[in-house]
Design a protein around this ligand. Structure first.
Ligand code: COA
Length: 330
């Protein structure tokens, strides 16, 4: 159909300098390093200073990704930001980032598919590029979760951190890049993870402490069960659609929500540890930034070889889930 593929040309990340370890959390609430490590695999997370807008992380990640792709900000046709913590509803995070990186010719919009945002954005970018409408799309997954956490709620606060990951998507050689993707939403399960914004219901209020009405609330065990099922199913779908087996996959880059979720899905997929990118011990759950940050780490470690089959898979609020299979062609 086309004489080109659509793939990742460059990656960039930003992790704030300040960190919060399990030992720090022990001083803030009734928890322990032992509990957090056993139940989640996490050891530390990065936190952005309160006085900085979250878009500062995305700006740095975007600049790196543009450099890595060997293009200039003027080449960018479209900026898609995935975020659950926009600094403003308007201007969008993507317009804020556009301003700071001087991508003056770009169109820009935000999407919200929660932690699945990056997989959704990759699929959107693919459509624009395949049709020839755009040449270069910048995706920035920009998450400042520490801002929507109730730091007295030990069920959620231990899980999340701040970070941004960015990629430039564009044309690659035919046969490389995104080969298959699968996106799904389960709105009827949305009540299991909520972050009120411009409206707060009585139910939302009852689930939260007073004055904490716009914080993240979740039913951890419901989300946990959904996550393993959704990640397993989404991965199988894209691998089978491509006519491959799990044996053919070089690396799975999953959303980093809990090591037990990743291991649960890996067990069902008969996937060995060396084929899974895991960074959550150092980052916590960074929502939609999980996959681009983990991809960047894997690339820097030389784990991504040209021609490798990579599966990116995520789940999150909405509830949503999705996966994309790509042949690494950077
Ligand atoms: N420190 C110590 N104890 C804790 C604790 C903490 N931070 N948080 C909960 N506990 C306690 C509970 O109160 C409970 O005690 P009880 O047995 O006396 O009632 C016990 O530990 C077990 O709690 P439970 O909720 O069953 O733990 P869990 O093994 O399910 O782990 C989560 C909880 C939240 C880590 C886990 O359910 C999870 O990761 N869910 C998915 C969440 C997610 O991914 N959300 C983001 C989606 S993108």
């Amino acid at each position: 159909m086309h004489d080109f593929g659509v793939g990742i040309l460059g990656t960039g990340i930003y992790l704030p300098e300040k960190t919060l370890t399990n030992a720090d959390l022990e001083k803030m609430m009734d928890t322990s390093d032992d509990w957090i490590t056993r139940r989640t695999g996490m050891k530390k997370r990065h936190l952005l200073d309160d006085d900085k807008p979250a878009c500062t992380m995305g700006v740095e990640a975007a600049k790196q990704a543009i450099r890595d792709a060997n293009i200039t900000p003027d080449d960018i046709d479209l900026i898609i930001v995935t975020t659950e913590t926009p600094d403003y509803l308007s201007p969008s995070m993507s317009c804020l980032i556009q301003k700071h990186i001087h991508a003056n010719k770009a169109a820009a919009f935000d999407i919200n598919a929660a932690c699945t945002g990056f997989v959704y954005a990759m699929t959107i970018a693919q459509q624009f590029i395949e049709t020839g409408y755009y040449r270069f799309v910048l995706i920035v997954s920009n998450e400042g979760l520490s801002r929507i956490i109730d730091w007295k709620d030990r069920n959620t606060s231990i899980l999340f951190g701040d970070a941004a990951g960015a990629v430039v998507v564009g044309r690659v050689k035919k046969g490389y890049g995104i080969r298959k993707s699968y996106l799904a939403s389960f709105g009827d399960l949305g009540h299991n993870l909520t972050i009120p914004c411009c409206y707060v219901s009585e139910e939302d209020r009852q689930k939260r402490r007073k004055e904490m009405e716009r914080t993240l609330w979740q039913d951890g065990s419901e989300v946990f069960t959904f996550a393993i099922r959704a990640m397993t199913d989404a991965t199988r779908r894209v691998v089978e659609a491509e006519g491959k087996t799990m044996e053919d996959v070089a690396l799975v880059v999953p959303h980093q929500a809990n090591l037990r979720i990743i291991n649960g899905a890996a067990k069902r997929l008969h996937l060995s540890d060396d084929k899974i990118a895991v960074i959550l011990q150092d980052t916590g759950n960074i929502s939609s930034a999980s996959i681009p940050v983990a991809l960047n780490f894997s690339d820097k470690k030389g784990l991504l070889k040209k021609g490798d089959i990579i599966v990116m898979v995520a789940f999150g609020g909405g509830l949503t889930c999705g996966a994309a299979l790509l042949v690494w062609g950077k």
